[in-house]
Design a protein around this ligand. Structure first.
Ligand code: AMP
Length: 352
């Protein structure tokens, strides 16, 4: 659905438009990709953070704000420049899910999907509707009859999560947490390897693309194995999953067909979700999975926008090289979609 006051001018070349985003998360590849597709680029930065965007020459213009929640103070300026806003993973966390609904400039992607993405219960409903296998969620600590990962609500970057095998282990461990922080979900712990699948769905051509894969580099989970278990115990190390960066991956080729099917089902079922609208999800999205030794994919989360795991692929991934034969990041793919929409006079179809 298009907001009434969206600023649409009858123009048909990328040169008449700008691409804007917030200076964080995946802004470097979004802006670089937009420049490669012939757009002017605008980066909205908080004070003291503009250096990367200047140094890497990706922003034609930088607009500074005190904090990202002041974004609305530059929105008029962005509208004047006929800018299309590209949201990214940090966009909602900085602006706030409710405030995002107030954005009145051109916004790439379906905003109404946010209600489903930002609610753990709704996410599970969506993924179940799409027929994806998910780690089981246990209702209460007494139900713990296998390893579970205890995820605290609002735990920034997964810090403080712990594993429990029995109700007793759970209660022994949770004692260390202040009462007010004890809102958690008990999720079956899947022993396997994490795999983050980056998709792009084009509503203009109805094509679903697999752009790339990554795994995360999490502190301290990814370094605990460097010391002996005895030393881990002695040092009372608590596992945390604070994300620090991302590593590129390729996947066993025989697994690709089912990944296309999983992505396609996510797109198709999104059109049936209450309040989302017929167009459903489009543009970039990511399925966050663990693959077990029997090669089952357990999806534990979906991100309904570009994820930072696409950052290793500014120059394209092995998969986008196959598809495009030219450097194609997810950021550039978004800009290309906007460009095609402009050229075909279908811009409204990719704004929401
Ligand atoms: P999350 O905060 O849900 O993104 O989880 C943080 C990290 O915990 C992930 O990157 C995974 O490495 C790990 N993780 C999350 N859920 C599970 C699960 N059900 N089984 C095994 N590992 C998980």
């Amino acid at each position: 659905m298009i907001t009434e006051n969206i600023h649409l001018l009858p123009m048909s070349s990328p040169a008449d438009y700008a691409i804007a985003t917030l200076g964080s998360h995946t802004a470097l590849q979004i802006l670089k990709g937009a420049k490669d597709e012939g757009f002017k680029t605008i980066c909205v930065c908080t004070k003291g953070t503009k250096e990367p965007y200047e140094s890497f020459r990706v922003a034609d213009q930088i607009l500074e704000v005190e904090k990202f929640s002041d974004f609305f103070s530059v929105e008029e300026e962005l509208k004047k420049q006929n800018a299309v806003l590209i949201p990214h993973g940090s966009f909602v966390s900085y602006i706030g899910a409710k405030e995002v609904q107030k954005v009145s400039m051109m916004h790439f992607g379906t905003r109404s999907i946010l209600a489903w993405e930002s609610d753990r219960i709704k996410q599970r409903e969506w993924l179940a509707l799409a027929g994806l296998r998910q780690p089981e969620v246990l209702e209460k600590p007494e139900d713990i009859d296998r390893p579970v990962i205890v995820k605290f609500h609002g735990a920034m970057g997964g810090s403080g999560y712990f594993i429990a095998n029995t109700p007793k282990e759970f209660y022994d461990h949770v004692r260390d947490y202040p009462m007010e922080e004890r809102k958690y979900v008990l999720q079956e712990y899947i022993v396997g390897v994490p795999m983050y699948i980056h998709y792009f769905y084009s509503p203009l051509t109805d094509e679903l693309e697999i752009m790339s894969f990554d795994k995360r580099y999490e502190s301290n989970a990814d370094s605990i194995g460097r010391i002996a278990a005895r030393d881990q115990m002695d040092a009372h190390i608590k596992t945390s999953y604070t994300i620090t960066g991302n590593m590129p991956l390729v996947i066993r080729e025989s697994l690709l067909p089912q990944l296309f099917q999983m992505g396609r089902r996510v797109v198709e079922t999104s059109r049936k979700l209450e309040g989302v609208g017929k167009r459903g999800i489009f543009g970039p999205f990511c399925l966050e999975t663990i693959i077990d030794p029997q090669l089952n994919f357990f999806t534990f989360e979906i991100s309904a926008r570009i994820v930072a795991g696409t950052n290793p692929f500014v120059n394209g991934s092995p998969y986008t090289w196959l598809r495009y034969n030219e450097p194609m990041s997810t950021g550039r793919r978004i800009a290309r979609e906007v460009k095609h929409a402009i050229e075909d006079d279908r811009l409204e179809e990719i704004l929401g």
